[in-house]
Write a protein of this length. Structure first.
Length: 387
């Protein structure tokens, strides 16, 4: 007895005793482009549409591939592919109405199971709205601040910079919170990072000397081994840039910090802080951070393309009426990828990507383990959307 329907075994047996035969009709459900309101008449058993309704096939609730899979599972009375996940989804469905965390988990499970599309528009997380204020708090104009002195403006930017570094994955030590003669920010992990925050229209010319003096006072010999960073507004003067290069201090604008945090919010696992360290060179390095973000975006796009390739191979097999569990070798994936993308990849690169994407921590693909690279097989689970 399949668990993909609403009947119990007992209930179905009673229907069969009464009617002898059951006829099944498969109905494809599509989303409406716009919601409609239907007046309810309590005296009638039916609700009529106020106007003729045009339904487009552009917005199916289930994709062609998923619909074909579910149809086949019902016809062959196959058990669910992921019974534990389906049971979990049923358990949290009622909670998702009132609890945002439960709703997010419910949505993720339904996407994983193929019950909904991850291409649906996602609402912005209200808990991340602060990210939009990073640049404005750093590149502030005193004329726009009502009743706010320079000290308070600087404190506001230091607080949001601290929150930003913590969000990026640095371990920000609470013992360092700026103030007169204090060190604005110190991060101990994954490597020592000393940070000076400057809010206003430009970075003061003495900023490098101040950071060197205060950093050495608080961190002693550990200051020399730390990565040193100034975050502030405007374009550094020639003298400031030269001083930063001599003292091996990096300088970035507040908008560059905001770009990093926005990228982290968009792709939570995309920023590798150890790799980012290689881009924290002396001098003004906004362009280097942009290079790092561009590189990370290209890597994400490549992974999204590999996932799409496996999905396309699965859909081709569905159209050929093959088995529900389509899985593909590294070579099959590589050939399909290279037919439509450049630069071309070899089997070793594709295999590494497939292994990464089929990890339980990512879950974009599934893996049927073989004895080596040539015998491992992979199948599609969920998309990695690129916005």
């Amino acid at each position: 007895m399949s668990q993909l329907n609403i009947w119990t075994t007992k209930g179905l047996q009673e229907i069969l005793l009464q009617r002898k035969h059951i006829f099944l009709a498969y109905l494809r459900v599509y989303l409406l482009s716009q919601p409609i309101e239907i007046p309810v008449n309590p005296q009638s058993q039916f609700m009529g549409l106020p106007d003729p309704l045009k339904v487009s096939v552009d917005l199916p609730v289930l994709s062609d591939r998923t619909f074909a899979q579910r149809k086949q599972q019902l016809e062959k009375l196959e058990p669910p592919l992921h019974p534990e996940l389906e049971e979990l989804q049923s358990a949290i469905a009622s909670l998702s109405i009132s609890q945002p965390v439960a709703k997010q988990l419910d949505d993720d499970i339904k996407i994983f199971l193929g019950w909904s599309s991850d291409k649906l528009i996602k609402q912005p997380d209200p808990n991340l709205a602060w990210i939009n204020d990073i640049a404005s708090l750093g590149d502030r104009s005193i004329e726009l601040d009502e009743g706010k002195n320079n000290y308070q403006a600087g404190t506001d930017f230091e607080i949001i910079a601290r929150r930003s570094l913590d969000f990026l994955g640095f371990k920000v030590e609470e013992n360092y919170k700026g103030g007169a003669g204090g060190l604005d920010l110190f991060c101990s992990q994954p490597y020592p990072l000393v940070c000076e925050c400057k809010a206003g229209k430009s970075i003061p010319g003495r900023a490098v000397e101040e950071l060197d003096r205060i950093g050495k006072r608080h961190l002693k010999e550990n200051y020399l081994q730390a990565v040193k960073l100034i975050i502030g507004p405007g374009k550094p003067t020639k003298n400031l840039k030269e001083s930063a290069e001599i003292s091996k201090i990096s300088i970035i604008n507040a908008i560059t910090l905001q770009k990093l945090v926005e990228f982290k919010a968009k792709y939570p696992g995309a920023i590798n802080l150890v790799e980012l360290q290689q881009y924290l060179e002396p001098g003004q390095i906004d362009y280097r951070i942009d290079e790092y973000i561009d590189k990370a975006e290209r890597e994400i796009k490549l992974r999204s393309q590999i996932i799409t390739v496996v999905k396309e191979l699965s859909e081709q097999d569905n159209q050929s009426s093959k088995a529900t569990h389509q899985s593909f070798t590294v070579t099959e994936t590589r050939v399909h990828y290279n037919a439509t993308h450049n630069p071309r990849l070899n089997d070793e690169v594709v295999y590494d990507l497939l292994i990464e994407l089929s990890s339980p921590l990512t879950g974009y693909l599934g893996r049927i383990k073989g004895s080596d690279l040539n015998s491992d097989r992979f199948y599609f689970l969920r998309d990695l959307p690129i916005n």
